[in-house]
Write a protein that binds this ligand. Structure first.
Ligand code: DX5
Ligand code: ZN
Length: 238
């Protein structure tokens, strides 16, 4: 089985046929389904809450990955756990007590993910690496689907991959924003192993064909180790 995870973000799905869209993503070979919760405060947009997460969790066996773009999200954790989330991500920029919030997510029995914005230094999440199961690097500024990938996030991804390899437990390194057939290879080269894709996935027309083509592109990176990664990154320039 591949070490890579493909996670369609329902933000770009047809909300009028959400259950069908999620089933179609599962049939196409996706690994996770990614749900974006926005509060109109931390980000300038509003989306879904626990009821939609529950509706999605009820129609799929995919891993339900919830991305909270919410200021001070700690009080919402029990509702999303109850709704069927398997993983909950909180932004380092949104939590005054990040350590405690991540502890609460894990104590509730789900995977804890720390998320960082493109303008946030990776050093800010380093102290919490021992207590997370996933790090999510935003490769666009959060709030909307369909934005362009920010290439300046690549060195941060690579730095986080090196720190993750020093940890004593597995941590997924995911990317979110502007991920498509055009950008997937460079994020894989820099150490990402989970790929959240909204518009590229749901606007592709043929989901199965899209997943197959992405997996084909990723095949070359399947057995990349730290040394190969380092030499390829340094030979590909700054
Ligand atoms: C944006 C969300 C993303 C969004 C990505 O703030 O976190 O999950 O759906 O959309 P694309 O893949 O279109 O950039
Ligand atoms: Zn997201």
């Amino acid at each position: 089985m591949s070490r890579f995870r493909i996670a369609p973000s329902i933000l770009s799905a047809d909300f009028g046929h959400l259950a069908d869209e999620v089933r179609a993503a599962e049939d196409a070979g996706a690994d996770w389904v990614h749900l974006d919760v926005m509060d109109g405060h931390f980000v300038p947009n509003l989306t879904i809450g626990p009821d939609i997460v529950r509706a999605v969790a009820n129609v799929t066996s995919l891993v339900v990955d919830v991305h909270l773009m919410v200021s001070e999200p700690a009080h919402l954790i029990p509702s999303f756990v109850d709704a069927g989330a398997h993983c909950i991500g909180v932004h380092v920029e949104a939590c005054a007590h990040l350590h405690r919030t991540l502890q609460e997510i894990r104590a509730a029995g789900v995977r804890a993910c720390v998320v960082l914005n493109p303008g946030t230094a990776p050093e800010l999440v380093r102290p919490v690496l021992p207590m997370v199961d996933q790090v999510l690097v935003m490769t666009v500024n959060p709030g909307f689907g369909g934005q362009s990938f920010i290439p300046e996030t690549l060195p941060k991804l690579y730095q986080l991959r090196r720190w993750i390899e020093l940890q004593h437990h597995p941590i997924d390194l995911s990317v979110d924003g502007g991920i498509s057939a055009d950008t997937i290879e460079s994020v894989a080269l820099h150490g990402a192993d989970c790929f959240i894709m909204g518009s590229a996935f749901f606007k592709s027309g043929d989901y199965k064909c899209f997943v197959d083509s992405i997996r084909q592109r990723l095949a070359a990176y399947e057995r990349h180790d730290a040394a190969t990664r380092e030499s390829q990154i340094s030979s590909s320039g700054p």
